[in-house]
Design a protein around this ligand. Structure first.
Ligand SMILES: Cc1cc2nc3c(=O)[nH]c(=O)nc-3n(C[C@H](O)[C@H](O)[C@H](O)COP(=O)(O)O)c2cc1C
Length: 404
């Protein structure tokens, strides 16, 4: 087996001690939209566990872009707390990144004040009925991304990851499924990608030169009528022209094909149990399994599409999706990807990377039961294997899933 994982590599101007990156996976640890000690401790643990760079997930550039009451909102007042977070990560020898985005039609109106989308249409997964975003609001949100980039730089982060995938606002503009606009932001690919290009330019303008700018994007939206690989390649080429430092290649659409992102099935009854809203509880319990359809899991599940992307773009690429074992990680890196991102294996064990390095393990104990996702919508994420007071029925069910 080759040893590429544990070699140093540069991501734009930032030198990483190895090629592993903790993928942005919503921690649910920002009650009141502010950084908590739990968030600092979790990322410090991942950093101490040997990761090259850890990414703080899903921070919103504006109040209108919030999906959750326990999600980080990027404001100037949070700079000292974010500085504490980046200091804790740096102390353990890891670089620090943060994912920034706007959720568009996934906004929770009670927290965000509004729910906006490129062409307001009912979103069953909110459930929300978003309002069509105006041109003035588009310009304001583009500016918010720049302001957020400045805040992130002032907080000591080494990299910014712009979320342009998974059916959040930039992806909603890119996708023909959610963008039915008739103005210069809708219709042709050039028009649908305009918002993304404006955001990236603004982010690049306000990002410090010693920081990396990474974009997480879809290879496919994951359903008929969504964005497919041909347009993903055009998106990647545009981003290459704009001078971003690397692309993270993912897929899926939260309001249409959520499990395409993570694969496997969702434990909907557990998800319903954790939900705080009574109507959502009932809805998810009874209809969850029809709405959140399972997608088969296999290791490195985006590999075929990611290799097609690798063959046509030149800029550094980050592979994500279903990495669990040293052998598959090394194989992916040997195939030409520059970095690997992982989420669930690091929720299962923040020390995973160092355990691979020392040879203590070759493979993660995570079995993609997706309990972590079911919980994260309303509580801090956690792996069921470490939950102390889990009902026995749940544990048996989840363990059974793991064996199948
Ligand atoms: C609990 C959880 C939360 C997630 N939240 C986000 C997120 O906020 N932003 C994002 O881009 N992806 C998110 N993801 C997707 C992951 O970043 C990653 O793309 C996906 O889980 C596949 O990687 P894995 O197989 O290593 O888990 C989340 C995944 C999980 C499991």
């Amino acid at each position: 087996m080759k040893n590429i994982l544990f070699t140093e590599a540069k991501l734009g101007p930032v030198l990483l001690r190895n090629r592993s990156i903790r993928s942005a996976a919503f921690e649910g640890m920002c009650p009141g939209n502010k950084i908590s000690d739990d968030l600092v401790n979790y990322h410090a643990a991942v950093a101490a566990g040997g990761i090259g760079m850890t990414t703080v997930a899903y921070a919103s550039v504006s109040r209108s872009g919030l999906s959750f009451p326990h999600q980080l909102l990027l404001t100037r007042e949070e700079v000292p707390a974010m500085r504490r977070l980046t200091d804790a990560i740096h102390k353990e020898g890891s670089a620090a990144a943060i994912q920034i985005g706007h959720c568009g039609l996934m906004a929770k109106k009670s927290i965000s004040g509004s729910c906006l989308s490129p062409s307001g249409r009912f979103n069953l997964y909110g459930p929300t009925w978003p309002r069509t975003i105006s041109q003035d609001e588009i310009s304001a949100i583009v500016k918010d991304f720049g302001i957020a980039a400045k805040i992130v730089g002032d907080s000591g982060f080494d990299a910014i990851e712009v979320h342009a995938g998974h059916g959040y606002l930039i992806s909603q503009f890119l996708s023909p499924y959610t963008n039915k606009r008739k103005d210069q932001y809708g219709g042709s690919f050039e028009n649908r990608s305009r918002f993304m290009v404006e955001v990236i330019r603004e982010v690049m303008k306000f990002t410090q030169p010693n920081m990396a700018v990474v974009v997480k994007m879809n290879l496919r939206d994951g359903f008929k009528g969504g964005m497919e690989l041909d347009e993903a390649i055009k998106t990647a080429r545009l981003l290459e022209q704009e001078g971003v430092h690397a692309l993270v290649l993912s897929g899926g659409f939260v309001s249409r094909a959520p499990m395409y992102v993570m694969r496997g099935s969702m434990p909907v009854k557990i998800m319903a149990h954790y939900m705080k809203n009574q109507w959502m509880k009932i809805g998810v319990r009874w209809f969850g399994r029809f709405i959140i359809k399972p997608e088969p899991f296999s290791e490195a599940y985006f590999l075929d599409d990611a290799l097609k992307m690798r063959s046509v773009v030149h800029l550094p690429l980050v592979f994500v999706g279903g990495l669990k074992s040293r052998a598959v990680i090394e194989d992916v890196l040997a195939k030409g990807f520059d970095f690997v991102q992982m989420a669930r294996v690091l929720i299962n064990d923040p020390g995973f990377i160092d355990k691979l390095r020392t040879g203590e393990i070759d493979e993660s104990l995570c079995c993609s039961s997706n309990y972590c996702i079911a919980k994260m919508y309303s509580h801090p994420m956690a792996c069921f294997q470490h939950e102390k007071n889990l009902p026995e029925k749940w544990r048996t069910g989840l363990e059974k899933k793991c064996q199948s």
